[in-house]
Design a protein around this ligand. Sequence first.
Ligand code: DX5
Ligand code: ZN
Length: 221
Amino acid sequence: MRQILIEPSLLSANFANLERDIKLCEEGGADLLHLDIMDGCFVPNITFGPVVVQSVKKVTRLPLVCHLMIIKPELYIEDFISAGANYISIHCESQFHINRTLQQIRSYGIKAGLALNPGTPLEFAYENAEFCDFILLMSVNPGFGGQSFIPSFLRRCEQLKDFLTKEGLENVLIEVDGGIKASNVREVVAAGADMIVSGSGIFDGDIIQNLKEFKEKIKKI
Ligand code: DX5
Ligand code: ZN
């Protein structure tokens, strides 16, 4: 059976009580933790860097997925790996040598992902899929939590899934990020997504209850 991974995005957590919220994610059965790294340049928002990733690492057993929304990500890969990242995604729009950076990430023995904004042609994913462990299809324009899901994601996800199947690249997982709630997660999974990121959908309200609802919705797909 297909394994679907639930990945709370700490962007919507309570930063004054991060450890408490992380423990609730563990208790609720989250599979991974998603950390949004924003530089105020690639996206119009600034979050945090490796120091916070390192602190998070100390209080959880969950694997950490660092979503780098920064320009020149290749300069910071080593820092995020030293801080404890288990997965790193880079945006194909943020730098020149996509293939080289993906190989750089993999050379440390962690999982490499390529992220695509909603308006970026899927060809970027096709050309680089064999160098990826996962491909992140954004379902909002990156930069902020709490935005509405862009429906074209569903078509794009189905197309990418078909491509990966035809090419024998079924091991490459599809990650979706932005506007995912318990109310729409089922269609997102049906379209082929394997790694489900959710910020406000998990942290607004009761974290454990929200995670339970997510899991309930994707049972038996
Ligand atoms: C947005 C970030 C997301 C964000 C998602 O740029 O990449 O990870 O936290 O938040 P929601 O799930 O609230 O749309
Ligand atoms: Zn993200």
